[in-house]
Design a protein around this ligand. Structure first.
Ligand code: NI
Length: 251
């Protein structure tokens, strides 16, 4: 069930069955010559929506904007500062906690979010700990937060290794481009890329330096290998990987 398509009565009834929720979180940033700017949000969203159709799991609204400052020299990229993203996450989590949600699982599609989301979790939990939250001392009352990046899932990684080997790379990867195309086949792009596999390197830099290092936006990847059929495999693998991680988180 998707929160955006539910009524408040349906959410109230869901909370009688479960106090867990999955929230896709991504980024709006360039993904090379054939990757969609929404890739990092579209991928976790596609996995979460499919999972939510097959299982009784509530899927929250996608956090489409992430921490993507290093991509800002490419048109279309939009970034939140770490402090802004942390504030958005805090208000999102506290809104849900107010209704009785205890397990908030962020399904992430962007490596650049990980440090900021982890710090946001530490801030949220620190505030509760320092104010004496969960005063009953019962762990079932305590807020649990999880960050899981779909591209780290075992099944998905095995498929990426089988299909692409070293051409998977680190950004604008053929696996994420494939998955985004499976979700939006109407937006498949055709582009010529040279070299076939882009140069690798560090993304710990500002936007101008990033564009100098990675002129077409790719990092170590060959997304010309991407296709919708591959994306359907990543979608199925992703649903299984995420379901396993989410169930473990709820226990
Ligand atoms: Ni990406």
């Amino acid at each position: 069930m998707r929160l955006q398509l539910a009524t408040w009565q349906e959410v109230e009834a869901y909370l009688q069955r479960s106090t867990g929720i999955i929230i896709p979180i991504g980024s709006t940033e360039q993904h090379g010559p054939n990757g969609l700017i929404g890739t990092d949000a579209i991928c976790p969203e596609a996995i979460a929506w499919t999972l939510g159709e097959r299982h009784d799991v509530l899927i929250g609204p996608t956090q489409n904007l992430g921490m993507a400052q290093h991509h800002l020299a490419f048109p279309g990229s939009i970034s939140l500062r770490p402090s802004t993203l942390m504030a958005v996450l805090k208000d999102t989590v506290e809104s849900l906690a107010r209704h009785g949600f205890t397990h908030v699982f962020f399904l992430n599609g962007h490596g650049g979010n990980i440090a900021t989301v982890s710090t946001a979790f530490a801030e949220i939990l620190s505030e509760r700990s320092l104010s004496g939250g969960s005063q009953s001392g019962q762990s079932k009352d305590a807020l649990q937060l999880s960050l899981y990046s779909w591209f780290t899932g075992r099944r998905g990684r095995e498929i990426a290794k089988e299909l692409y080997g070293d051409a998977e790379g680190g950004h604008a990867t053929p696996s994420e481009v494939s998955l985004s195309w499976a979700a939006h086949p109407e937006a498949v792009k055709d582009a010529t890329m040279s070299p076939h596999i882009a140069p690798g390197g560090s993304a710990q830099c500002d936007a101008v330096t990033f564009r100098q290092r990675f002129p077409d936006g790719r990092m170590g990847s060959a997304p010309s290998l991407a296709c919708v059929e591959h994306g359907q495999r990543f979608l199925e693998a992703g649903v299984e990987d995420v379901l396993e991680a989410y169930r473990a988180f709820l226990q």
